[in-house]
Design a protein around this ligand. Structure first.
Ligand code: EPZ
Length: 422
């Protein structure tokens, strides 16, 4: 296994180009199952999760051509299999996103139940309940979801008890080829959900309420859609992570190829901590502050503060002068980074889903730490950038799932980082 060695306290400066959003690309790749034509996709992040989903689509019978590191042409007309097997789904639970499109197009599919993961049990009950309301017969057998809808899915009014990002995406895709109209109430409004809806609308789907919590879709009655080429939106979480790199080292840093209007909650929290934020159409610059102020964070659905930025801000809070409070409301176990930060000398106490971080500016020391999930690992990278001495982050395969060219981007802004074999 590989680990990342970081020598801390190097002065960072310069620019980082942000990649396409993993969490936009995943539902959009699944949505190509609804296409009659070959689809060109640009700004695809070259990360493990994307390559895993491409492998799954290929196993189902799709074919794709890599035009460059970050662009492909994909054809799914050739799909002749509707079983997503455990060996691939266990490596990436977002594979559940093929369930809606496969069922809507073919009237049957088998998808391995995605396991939980480090951050929580991650059930998919809301996805399944909604599909049943659309006429699907769902059976769980030997760890698989067996879904059938012999005459196709039918439109229905779906009220989600909880706001679910991939749940909304799955039902939007299921509704696209359904017979009749589907209304989704309490839909997720993340930019990644919005882009999925926009790409389907450009492909001719009659869809209203994009970006709101109420989406209405008139299904095509299993007629495939003619997709237009599209470019994946920037990754607002990768962008936030690199802004936190500038913040934790309290230095000026610019990120490019971003959409600042996707990041209001994160940018306002950085300003609350004392940093100055300068924005242009697709760049953001963070400027240092005299003294980093503590912060109170409550994670919630978009446009609120994103749970995917909670770990990174907890690392940043170790450098604040005062006590910060973090309230994680979306996942029941998204504090796996706390123990590792404690080993670096952070002063954090947990009480239920609330963490309090007593800032210890410049007091972190490098040591061996273990990555446990994608965003927790990025918090350890941030802590390593500001810690005295060497930090070795083990199990960095977690990082490779969602951060493209991590070392190259960090080296490009002056960090001292390298990957080694255990
Ligand atoms: C998406 O996960 C993201 N993944 C996650 O990013 C992100 O943390 C999460 O949304 C919240 O923003 C992708 O988009 C691929 P949810 P998702 O369904 O859709 C509960 C990352 O780091 N729930 O919105 O799986 C669930 O347990 C990843 O990139 C049910 O109870 O999250 C959670 O408490 C991590 N039943 C809450 O809803 C269901 O059927 C929100 O989950 C579905 C969800």
């Amino acid at each position: 296994m590989k680990y990342l060695k970081i020598i801390g306290q190097k002065p960072l400066s310069g620019e980082v180009a942000i990649s396409g959003a993993k969490n936009a690309a995943l539902p959009l790749l699944a949505a190509t199952i609804l296409a009659k034509n070959t689809v060109s996709i640009d700004n695809l992040p070259n990360v493990v999760d994307i390559n895993t989903l491409l492998k799954l689509l290929e196993m189902l019978g799709s074919s794709f051509e890599k035009i460059s590191n970050n662009s492909i042409k994909i054809t799914t007309a050739s799909i002749n299999e509707t079983k997503a097997t455990y060996d691939i789904v266990k490596t990436m639970r977002a594979s559940i996103l093929v369930l809606g499109p496969l069922l809507s197009r073919f009237g049957h599919c088998e998808v391995s139940l995605p396991g939980g993961c480090a951050i929580g049990q991650r059930p998919v009950d809301l996805h399944l309940k909604a599909l049943e309301q659309m006429g699907a017969i769902i059976e769980i057998k030997a760890g698989y979801i067996l879904a059938t809808a012999p005459n196709g899915l039918k439109g229905a009014t779906i009220v989600f008890d909880k706001i679910t990002v991939t749940g909304t995406e799955n039902i939007v895709m299921a509704a696209a080829l359904a017979h009749g109209t589907t209304k989704i109430i309490n839909a997720a409004k993340e930019p990644e959900v919005v882009q999925l809806c926009e790409v389907l609308k450009a492909a001719g789907l009659n869809i209203k309420g994009i970006g709101s919590d109420e989406i209405e879709i008139v299904g095509t009655a299993q007629k495939l859609l003619e997709f237009k080429d599209f470019t994946i939106i920037p990754d607002r979480i990768e962008a936030g992570t690199y802004l936190c790199a500038g913040a934790i080292c309290n230095t000026k840093l610019t990120i490019t190829h971003v959409m600042p209007n996707h990041m209001d909650a994160v940018l306002s929290k950085l300003e609350e901590m004392g940093f100055t934020i300068e924005k242009t159409k697709n760049t953001i610059t963070i400027l240092p502050t005299q003294k980093i102020k503590p912060i109170n964070l409550t994670t919630t659905e978009y446009p609120g503060f994103p749970t995917d930025m909670q770990a990174q801000f907890m690392a940043l809070a170790t450098q604040a002068h005062g006590v910060s409070i973090v309230d994680e409301n979306l996942f029941e176990n998204r504090y796996m980074h706390v123990n590792e930060l404690l080993r670096m000398g952070a002063d954090i106490t947990l009480k239920g889903h609330t963490a309090s971080i007593t800032g210890t500016p410049n007091a972190l020391t490098g040591t061996d730490v273990m990555a446990t999930d994608l965003r927790a690992s990025s918090a350890l990278v941030l802590a390593g950038l500001v810690a005295k001495g060497e930090t070795n982050i083990h199990r960095i395969y977690h990082l490779d799932r969602g951060y493209e060219q991590l070392e190259e981007k960090l080296l490009g802004i002056g960090a001292c980082v390298a990957r080694y074999e255990e």
